[in-house]
Ligand binder design. Structure first.
Ligand code: NAD
Length: 317
């Protein structure tokens, strides 16, 4: 396992998870103790692999633009150690076209390396179950590379769904955007009902009760985190920022903290109050604070309340 973060490499090599992931602590400790898993910050290590799986982060920047070079840049850093005959498997969620960019990069270096794009579909915290239960989307330009990638992922699951690379890139972005839009729909419904003095949960219960067509209407709540928001923005950028539904979802979801504070102000003099926020991670039972709207809520409250207190048993900062 090659990672440029030396601190994370040290933690993994000591057999300890660098973040919470249910059910993974035991298997990691065992794999490290048995010498089956070794982390290193040395790029030369990629030369020893038959398959190189790339899973670097692919965030959007402060202007909500995706960085199409994130994956190619990571590959450039170790390209001199890649060797002919390896299969390079891209697993990060990428802007459509990044697989093609990677293929061009490898060709430019004269490397006979095939590329597959096989998106990660797990939800954080559920990896040890979902890696074995979810179907794996597999894509590659040639049938030989596709067959190799399929064989690789059959170690995890028998359910393989083949696509072309560009279809697979969009499939992953559509999946996360679909979820983000559903959360926004629930949040807007909740605000509508709330403004009308009604309890949305009672209405939602009635909608879903023995009615399968509405079973996927989620409950309201903060929807952000390191994937859904940025992937919706990646898709918007891909469509030349012509994505009314995605941008509307972003305005609704990102507007929820301010809505909550405004509602509190209708009945309380916040300037005289200490307000507590219980839960800082981006979702429940998680230690991941990245892009969590609880921090946006904290920022807004810091300007308006006398004092803000935050607590989360999982988040260590
Ligand atoms: N976290 C999840 O559960 C999840 C689920 C589905 C998809 N994804 C996707 O997977 C990708 C990674 O997500 P993440 O949350 O693990 O990101 P992350 O930023 O937490 O982890 C990425 C890791 O890659 C390392 N890295 C960065 N540049 C590198 C380089 N040049 N060479 C080697 N290592 C490098 C970083 O040090 C870090 O440890 C993203 O595209 C994300 O959208 C993540």
């Amino acid at each position: 396992m090659y990672d440029i973060n030396a601190a994370a490499v040290g933690v993994v090599n000591s057999g300890v998870l660098p973040f919470d992931e249910e059910g993974a602590a035991g298997p990691l400790a065992e794999a490290v103790a048995a010498g089956r898993l070794v982390a290193t910050a040395d790029p030369a290590s990629v030369a020893t692999a038959e398959h190189v799986v790339v899973i670097v982060g692919t965030p959007v920047d402060e202007h909500l633009n995706p960085d199409l070079a994130a994956v190619p840049r990571a590959i450039e850093r170790c390209v001199e150690y890649l060797r002919a005959g390896q299969l390079l498997i891209l697993r990060s969620t990428v802007h459509p076209g990044v697989t093609a960019l990677t293929e061009k990069l490898l060709a430019r270096h004269g490397l006979g390396i095939e590329v597959a794009f096989c998106p990660e579909r797990i939800a954080e915290g559920r990896a040890m179950v979902e890696l074995f239960e979810l179907p794996q989307i597999v894509s590659a330009r040639t049938s030989a590379a596709l067959a190799r990638a399929e064989k690789f992922f059959r170690h995890l699951t028998e359910q393989i769904v083949p696509l072309a690379p560009e279809e697979a890139e969009l499939a992953k972005l559509f999946t996360n955007t679909w979820r983000y839009v559903k959360f926004a729909t629930a949040n807007q419904f909740w605000m509508m009902a709330n403004d009308f003095g009604l309890d949305f949960e009672r209405i939602r219960y009635a909608i879903r009760y023995d009615y399968p067509r509405a079973a996927d209407l989620p409950g309201p709540g903060f929807a952000a985190g390191p994937c859904l928001f940025k992937d919706t923005m990646q898709l918007a950028a891909f469509n030349r920022n012509n994505f009314v539904l995605g941008h509307s979802a972003m305005l609704i979801n990102e507007g929820l903290p301010l809505y909550l504070v405004s509602k509190m102000e209708e009945s309380h003099d916040l300037g005289e109050l200490t307000v507590g926020i219980l839960g800082m991670a981006f979702k429940g039972e998680s230690d991941d604070p990245r892009e969590s709207l609880a921090y946006k809520l904290k920022k807004i409250l810091t300007l308006r309340a006398k004092r803000v207190l935050c607590a989360d048993p999982y988040v260590r900062d």
